[in-house]
Design a protein around this ligand. Sequence first.
Ligand code: RIB
Length: 300
Amino acid sequence: MDIAVIGSNMVDLITYMERMPEEGETLEAPEFEMGCGGKGANQAIAAGRLGSDVLMVTKVGNDLFGQNTIENFKNNGIRTEAVEVGTRTSGVAPIFVDPHAKNRILIIQGANNELRPESLEQHRPAIKEVKLIILQLEIPLETVYAAIDMGVEMGIPVLLNPAPANPELDIEYVKKCTYFAPNESELGILTGLPVSSLAEIKAAAATLVDKGVNNMIVTMGDKGVLWMDGQNELVIEGKKVDAIDTTGAGDSFIGCFAHYLTKGESIEYSLGKANLYAAQAVQKRGTQSSYPTKQEFTAY
Ligand code: RIB
């Protein structure tokens, strides 16, 4: 097995709109799409579409959405033996995409909130087989910490994508991870520093590296990606494309990066590939529905 994604799944309810309604206003939006999402599931699907053998550890809701999410994992070749059905409804994410392809997302965690450290213990034998553990923050923080400790104990590198940003995230756990991958706005929230230019982003990232954070990877949307550790600093510029929906682009980046990394490629190479993969994904609508397969990506 290549990768264990320990994290969330959601049902994405995506509204494409001209503008946000004002208070008290009812506004017609031109289009709507529903699909499978959730940062954890998205990252698993991206890696799976590229050919990785992925174990998904998650809790789906006790409803039809939950069953659909399990089917979706199976259809994409993701291992579902560690997908459990919770007692609550499925997580859902109302998403609003504007004409500039930018999004605003609300999340209701639902069953994701029931993914507890005990669930991880049950799946310990399977998790032990992977080369990389990926985590995000749409599940309880105590579960994220338990997963980090499990990775350290098993000698498996951990990639933490701190999304959505949580100012309570304990830096001591972040330091135990091999890769820490916020986007620029998450970096700003976590450090309390300005991140409106590349120089500011580098300065904010450097404060975390100075505190002992390993492999800082800051995704910067169409501006590309920054990688920093104690010795190296690299900026890979974004590919200029006509984006129509950036929802889940960060997740596609993480999934692709993890895919190449666990195939034995270098960090630089894997970041370059992930940058291109996300650039391809933003040219299609939807979240997982925009993620290219291996063949589509190769052609691109
Ligand atoms: O990163 C995009 C994802 O964030 C969406 O799929 C939505 O479900 C939320 O989790």
